[in-house]
Structure formats: C-alpha cells, structure tokens
Design a protein around this ligand. Structure first.
Ligand SMILES: CC(C)(COP(=O)(O)OP(=O)(O)OC[C@H]1O[C@@H](n2cnc3c(N)ncnc32)[C@H](O)[C@@H]1OP(=O)(O)O)[C@@H](O)C(=O)NCCC(=O)NCCS
Length: 164
C-alpha cells in the first residue's frame, strides 16, 4: 500500500502553525534538557526561526492525508554535511511508522553525509534513530558521544554519522 506520509516544505504561511507545534516539541524535550518556558509560558523560538530565514536550512511539515502530524528541520544544505536539526511526531500519531516514513523521505530527499544527535535518555529517539541509520546508511554508521555546547550540566549527546 503506498504511504500516506508526505513532506510539505514550510513556507511563510506555515510559520504560526509550526511555532505552535514547536511548543509541544520543546515541552517533550524539556524532560531531557531540563529547560523551562519563559514567564509567558512559552519556550524560546529563536532556534526555530533560524530555519525560516537561513538559506543553509529548511523545514518540512509531516502530513498524513489532510492532517499535520509533525515537522522536520534540516541544516547543512549548503555546507554538504546535513544535520537533522529537529524532528517531531505528534503524540497521537506515534508508534504508527509516521516518524520512520518521514525520516526516510527526508534523508533520501537530501542524499549525502548526515549527522543526527539525541540524548540517550530519550529512549524512543535512541531506538528510532539507530533503526533509521541502519536502514538508510550505505556503509554503516558511526555512533559517538559529544558534549552539548554550553550545557555542561546535561549528559553528552549521542551523534550518529552516516552517508545516504
Ligand atoms: C522519536 C519519535 C520521532 C518517533 O516517532 P514515531 O512516529 O513514534 O516512530 P515510529 O512509529 O516511526 O517508530 C519506528 C521505530 O522506532 C522505534 N521506536 C519509536 N518510538 C519508540 C519508543 N517510544 N520506544 C521504543 N522504540 C521506539 C521502534 O523500533 C519503532 O518501530 P516499531 O514501532 O515497529 O517497534 C517521536 O517519539 C517523537 O517525536 N518524540 C518527541 C520528540 C523527539 O524526541 N524527537 C527526536 C529528537 S532527537
């Protein structure tokens, strides 16, 4: 059966929607990063906005039929080393292969050298990304820990590196 998952490039009209989804995403990750929203109850969006304005970066909404079920943000379009900047599937859509199909679509849309980082304590992401890397890497993947810049108080990130 053909997949119902599609990637829709994020353009200006999607920015407010993406900013709302970003709040849900940052709340999910706050469990691992120890981050809090500001006095207005909002997580910072500066990082997201860089994907709207920087020509080295892009973003996609993940759609399933007529629903938005997540987003993907990619950097390194010009530099040649693609990095999975951020990746989010709405909770109601999880464990239904939505993330899997979206990840395969995005890395194959931007073939080349890739890196993906996650916190090992984010067990879902750790399992998910190692499975994705195993599937898409043409010659296996490298798996290493790197300190999180400016955040010595949290555990190092795990980075997977591979070529698609
Ligand atoms: C990680 C995330 C993207 C996975 O998306 P998803 O659509 O639920 O994943 P899929 O259904 O495509 O899962 C594919 C495989 O990944 C693994 N996996 C995914 N979620 C898992 C979980 N909670 N526990 C264990 N394995 C998991 C499984 O092997 C799964 O295959 P299976 O369901 O046949 O066992 C999603 O949980 C999410 O958005 N989490 C919050 C944000 C986040 O952590 N993003 C990544 C930041 S690095």
């Amino acid at each position: 059966m053909p997949s119902s998952i599609t990637l829709q490039p994020i353009v200006a009209e999607h920015h407010p929607l993406t900013e709302r989804l970003w709040q849900l995403y940052r709340h999910d990750l706050s469990e691992y990063w120890g981050t809090y929203p500001d006095a207005e109850g909002l997580f910072a969006t500066a990082r997201l906005r860089s994907f709207f304005t920087d020509s080295d970066r892009c973003g996609y909404l993940v759609r399933q039929d007529d629903r938005v079920v997540g987003f993907v943000l990619v950097r390194g379009l010009l530099s040649g080393l693609r990095v999975m900047g951020e990746f989010f599937v709405l909770r109601a859509a999880r464990r239904r292969q939505v993330g899997w199909e979206a990840a395969l679509l995005v890395v194959r849309r931007h073939p080349g050298d890739w890196e993906i980082a996650f916190q090992e304590s984010n067990a879902a992401a750790a399992k998910f990304w190692r499975r994705v890397a195993t599937e898409v890497a043409v010659a296996g993947y490298k798996d290493e820990e790197r300190p999180v810049p400016g955040k010595p108080e949290i555990d190092p990130d795990t980075w997977l590196s591979f070529t698609v």
